[in-house]
Design a protein around this ligand. Structure first.
Ligand code: C5P
Length: 428
């Protein structure tokens, strides 16, 4: 890799950032990166040509996908000349599909940036549509997707656009801008696309080392089932949604993630190695098997504390007026892992119906955890809902996360874990 010891002219845009660590960091963030640049219809499409040039100068490989609308403003030839690659716009195009199919193209990208992103493209993305090549690629890519909105200020302020952008943000799409100022139509207000250098900076920081890059994370999720006989079991109301969201957020933050999942009706979260188990004993074994070189262990599972002392081989009959069950304690997976000399950074969950803080702090202390995330359950809160709120405690502090979707909560929790992990590593 080339060492940049002085300012690289034309890749810098602000006088205070013409050289030095920040500049080098961003330079390297883009070098050899594969950027899929989506261009949709709007007057700002001409600025995407400049953006292509800046990306290429930074060492990125750029492939441009244009919507039909974009071609009314700029010709594909412009982007082809600047990127050195054929420009695509049709989903069903034999010649291009033969060279690199659209799914391959979606997988090829390290990041997708749509600049400019029109109100129409934002609406189609929010609706999960796949009615042209660009929207199809956005659905099919495992890479981060960013949009740079550009439209008239009234269109930007329209509640429909605002709702679409909020939904996209919620699902993890990065929204760069828009800027406020004078618009091509003469209006003044929000809706101007960010300038190409600012977009380059935003994309570079998105691709710069993510929070958990190079880390291994182990997550347990969902309930366990403890069989009483061949047809019955003891279990609980855990849906696994929080744990799956945490596993996915950790993977998106760059970690190598193993997810030990109890019986749940959830699809695999992207980019995660999933191991399905049924009982607490199986979860215990699987967690220990996947503990090698783990940096962070996040125990979101609602593990059954007890299992039947014996599992009947035949179905238990209802011939007695009362039935006594004898239960045995299950191993506490989290406490066991946290007590090891080589324990990873351990995060527990405390789902409580009352005295939330008191019980959470007791768990932090008794299980010798690095962090505990407490959430209220019961009365429709917590277990099976899509939303949650958390109070997170660690030995020196606490942070409250208000009610929000488990997806965005998981992302914020992962950011906090990365922050505390870094602090712990610095102290050791
Ligand atoms: O002690 P309690 O069950 O309330 O603690 C909850 C935390 O401990 C959760 O993080 C849960 O995943 C973990 N735990 C575990 N193994 C158990 C019981 C709880 O890992 N047997």
């Amino acid at each position: 890799m080339d060492v940049i010891s002085s300012c690289v002219q034309e890749v810098c845009w602000a006088p205070f950032e013409c050289c030095g660590a920040r500049c080098e960091g961003y330079y390297y963030a883009m070098n050899h990166r594969k950027i899929l640049l989506g261009v949709s219809g709007g007057i700002a499409a001409y600025k995407a040509a400049e953006l292509t040039r800046l990306l290429v100068r930074r060492g990125a490989s750029v492939r441009v996908v244009m919507t039909r609308g974009a071609q009314a403003f700029v010709t594909p030839m412009t982007f082809q000349a600047l990127s050195g690659e054929a420009v695509r716009s049709e989903l069903f195009d034999d010649a291009h599909e033969a060279a690199m199919g659209h799914i391959e193209l979606a997988r090829w990208a390290d990041a997708v940036l749509i600049a400019p992103a029109s109100a129409n493209v934002l609406a189609r993305l929010a609706g999960g549509m796949a009615d042209d090549l660009l929207t199809t690629l956005c659905l099919a890519t495992p890479a981060p997707v960013a949009v740079a909105p550009a439209m008239n200020q009234q269109m930007w302020r329209n509640p429909a656009t605002q709702a679409n952008v909020a939904l996209l943000r919620e699902r993890g799409t990065h929204v760069f801008g828009p800027a406020t100022g004078e618009q091509a139509c003469g209006d003044i207000g929000p809706g101007r696309m960010l300038e190409p250098p600012a977009l380059l900076e935003a994309l570079s920081s998105l691709l710069a080392s993510p929070a958990l890059a190079g880390k291994r994370v182990l997550v347990t999720a969902g309930p366990t089932r403890e069989p009483l006989d061949p047809v019955r079991f003891l279990s609980n109301r855990s849906s696994g949604k929080m744990g799956f969201a945490v596993a996915e957020a950790a993977a998106r933050a760059g970690a190598d993630v193993a997810l030990i999942a109890g019986p749940v009706a959830l699809p695999d979260p992207g980019l995660v190695k999933r191991v399905n188990v049924e009982t607490a004993a199986e979860m215990h074994t699987a967690a220990l098997e996947h503990l090698d070189n783990v940096d962070v262990f996040i125990a979101t599972a609602a593990v059954s504390d007890y299992r039947p002392a014996a599992t009947e081989r035949r179905k238990i009959k209802k011939d007695q007026a009362t039935l006594q069950l004898s239960l045995t304690r299950n191993p506490d997976i989290l406490a066991e892992i946290a007590s090891r000399d080589d324990a990873p950074f351990c995060v527990g969950f405390a789902a409580e119906t009352d005295r939330l803080e008191e019980y959470a702090l007791a768990k932090l202390r008794d299980k010798r955890l690095d962090m505990v995330a407490a959430n209220p359950v019961g009365d429709g809160q917590g277990f099976d809902s899509d939303d949650n709120r958390l109070i997170v405690f660690w030995p020196e502090g606490q942070r409250e996360f208000p009610l929000q979707s488990k997806t965005s909560l998981a992302r914020e929790l992962i950011d906090l874990i990365a922050e505390r992990l870094e602090r712990k590593d610095e102290e050791n």
